[in-house]
Ligand binder design. Structure first.
Ligand code: FPP
Length: 275
């Protein structure tokens, strides 16, 4: 396979070795979702305005995207702008939207050359036209690529996603296509903006906040959560490896008991415990 290069840097021997270690230590999550947080504080700690943090955050996006593709992650979803972020000062919103257009413009060919498909979820029609147009252009350019799907959640919220899915279901019921009695998990999942994409295996949140912040509320039901104190602009591939190594040590039980636990309990024992 072609060597990947989103960062314009040749991959160091040390990094190749680290990736081999991560790959052999356990399974690599197929889908990683990230709440990129702490850009503003990163900049403010350095006496800069918040936009510097967002700009440096784009470098983390490049590095993490490249490392995910190299490791064989198939889906990477980034929470880049939430519905609630519209309540920020207009100067910050304008700066972020310009940064997005600028980054998409700069990265388009590199994403394409590296076989990465760009997609988006969220209320894209709320974005400024410059942003929407650039996004559509890069999505169109990269639509056949299949090494990694990079999904940007823009003007996104989990409650909006579920509400939209419910509207679609209600319409299908109204049109007589679905009997309400038959509605199941899968009918909801497939009507979410993530469609047939598998649920995230691992969700990472940077900057030490213990919240989901209206991110993929339905899709995160069984995702493993990794929270780091590191601010997003400092979250580079070595931090990603730590998150994956932590994930590899978890036992995902999906509500079942620990693998290998076979002890059976008789009705009389249950009655005795409950008496
Ligand atoms: C959260 O930090 C970060 C955001 C709201 C924006 C994230 C956007 C980028 C990294 C740029 C996106 C670019 C591309 C190409 C995807 P914060 O501002 O909430 O930081 P704080 O919690 O310290 O205030």
């Amino acid at each position: 396979m072609e060597p990947l290069s989103l960062t314009d840097k040749k991959q160091s021997e040390e990094d190749k070795h680290l990736q081999e270690e991560v790959k052999t230590a356990g399974s690599i999550p197929s889908h990683i979702a990230i709440i990129m947080d702490g850009n503003g504080r990163w900049a403010q700690d350095k006496g800069n305005i918040r936009l510097f943090g967002h700009k440096e955050g784009v470098e983390s996006v490049r590095d993490i995207t490249e490392a995910c593709a190299q490791l064989g992650v198939s889906h990477l979803t980034l929470y880049a702008f939430s519905t609630e972020n519209w309540n920020r000062p207009s100067s910050e919103i304008n700066g972020l939207m310009k940064l997005l257009v600028h980054s998409l413009q700069n990265e388009a060919n590199r994403l394409h050359k590296n076989n990465i498909r760009l997609v988006s979820i969220g209320q894209i029609d709320r974005l400024p036209s410059s942003c929407r147009n650039k996004l559509e252009e890069v999505k169109e350019l990269t639509k056949e690529n299949d090494r990694l799907e990079l999904c940007l959640a823009l003007s996104y919220s989990g409650r909006w996603d579920i509400t939209e899915a419910v509207k679609k279901l209600a319409k299908d019921v109204k049109d007589g296509k679905i009997d309400p009695e038959n509605i199941d998990d899968d009918m909801i999942s497939t009507r979410l903006s993530t469609g047939k994409v598998p649920d995230p295996d691992l969700i990472i949140r940077t900057s030490g906040e213990y919240r989901i912040s209206n991110f993929l509320l339905w899709q995160l039901a069984y995702s493993e959560l990794y929270i780091t104190q590191t601010y997003w602009p400092d979250f580079r591939r070595d931090e990603l490896y730590k998150a994956i190594q932590s994930y590899q040590k978890r036992e995902r039980r999906f509500g079942k008991v620990k693998k290998g636990y076979t002890k059976k309990v008789s009705a009389s024992v249950i009655n005795k415990i409950l008496s």
